[in-house]
Design a protein around this ligand. Structure first.
Ligand code: NAD
Length: 359
């Protein structure tokens, strides 16, 4: 298996592999960049087809975390952990404690958190052996569930997208098509309904659809039909890669603003949306509420302050939208560039400080 020439390798600072036969742990931690601070990113537990798929995932996700923190102006770098699910598929506290020792051996260069496949209980086992865990109950920032904060940030991101694309400051009467009513999509749909938005929703889970119909007055369409809904905003809140060659030509919306990670199948789809006049809120900018909430963790944690910080995603997106218009470039490119500029500026400042100390 190649690392330095792997397809998602992008100048990662460190990639570490750990196996622990006693617990069955096989895990990889990738630290992409620590210029802005310690690398923060969740731990994914997944049954990968092969080692290359696990490496690709951790490389791609850790880089995404660097950009997410940079755009949210947080003093964190980007990292990620993946645990390759054992063949018997069984999770155990011993497995997560072994992962915790792996995290601990990095002395705080990498801080882990919950992600796909890991639960608050799993993170508690990690926390038994290392302090470098975010989003656990004693941090004050909730019980490890980042979804309410993420949804609050996305709600304000939708407002920014509506202001930029439709020149409307209120969501009253705005039609939003929500794909996925899970942890984030459920809270988001509630905020939208409260603000007077008209909802059309799709989910694989019938009980979530029944809930949205009964409680939020939502219209329901089938999972494939959500791309054809004539609405103001499409809010993808389920899986990634849903903005692709098949779906983009079907969209009849002014803006796309939702929580899902990796919404663009490829970067070029950002340009395709711009060419069609559809405003795209870059996913890692609009869905940063969870990590923003984590940045407030500690004894002095204050929910209102943390949520006010999440709401500032509105201003970040406004800046991206304005610059995209000024430079006539796709919003995803602008977001990447702002992140890279912030990291480069911090690196230069750091080098200057080092030279001053040395000289
Ligand atoms: P979740 O698993 O709780 O919810 C996903 C929902 O989407 C489920 O209700 C599921 O039934 C539904 N779904 C699955 N496939 C679907 C399809 N084809 N069409 C319609 N619905 C479908 O996940 P979540 O925590 O709500 O996260 C949603 C998205 O947001 C994910 O992409 C996640 O990576 C991203 N995200 C989440 C957070 C967070 O705080 N949880 C933070 C950042 C990004």
């Amino acid at each position: 298996m190649s690392v330095f020439t792997a397809k998602s390798f992008r100048n990662h600072e460190q990639v570490l592999f750990r196996q622990d036969p006693a617990s069955g742990l096989r895990a990889i931690i990738a630290i992409h960049d620590t210029t802005l601070g310690p690398a923060l990113g969740g731990c994914r537990y997944w049954s990968y087809n092969n080692d290359e798929a696990a490496l690709d995932d951790v490389l791609r996700l850790s880089r995404g975390m660097t950009y997410k923190s940079a755009l949210a102006n947080l003093a964190f770098g980007g990292g990620k952990g993946v645990i390759l699910a054992p063949e018997n598929g069984e999770k155990s506290p011993a497995l997560f404690r072994a992962f915790g020792q792996f995290v601990n051996s990095l002395g705080g260069r990498y801080i882990t958190a919950e992600d796909v496949g890991t639960s608050p209980a799993d993170l508690e086992a990690v926390h038994d052996v290392t302090p470098y865990v975010a989003g656990v109950a004693d941090g004050g920032a909730g019980d490890g569930d980042p979804s309410p904060a993420t949804a609050w940030g996305v709600f304000h991101g939708i407002k920014a997208a509506v202001a930029a694309s439709l020149h409307r400051d209120e969501l009253h009467g705005i039609h939003v098509a929500v794909q996925g009513l899970g942890h984030v999509g459920g809270y988001l749909a509630e905020h939208l309904a409260e603000a007077g938005a008209v909802l059309t929703v799709a989910d694989l889970n019938d009980s979530r659809l029944a809930w949205a119909k009964a409680n939020l007055g939502a219209n329901v369409v089938d999972v494939n039909g959500i791309y054809d809904v004539e609405a103001d905003v499409f809010a993808p809140s389920a899986m990634g890669a849903i903005l692709n060659d098949d779906t983009i030509p079907r969209l009849k919306v002014s803006a796309i603003a939702g929580s899902a990670n990796n919404q663009l199948a490829e970067d070029r789809h950002g340009s395709e949306l711009a060419e069609r006049g559809i405003l795209y809120a870059p996913d890692y900018v609009i869905n940063a509420g969870g990590i923003i909430n984590i940045s407030h963790e500690g004894e002095a944690y204050d929910w209102d302050e943390a949520m006010a910080h999440c709401a500032r995603i509105h201003g970040t997106l406004r800046e991206i939208f304005q610059r995209a218009t000024r430079e006539d470039r796709p919003t995803n490119e602008i977001a990447d560039q702002i992140a890279e500029e912030r990291i480069a500026a911090a690196a230069t400042a750091g080098e200057r400080k080092l030279r001053a100390v040395a000289g």
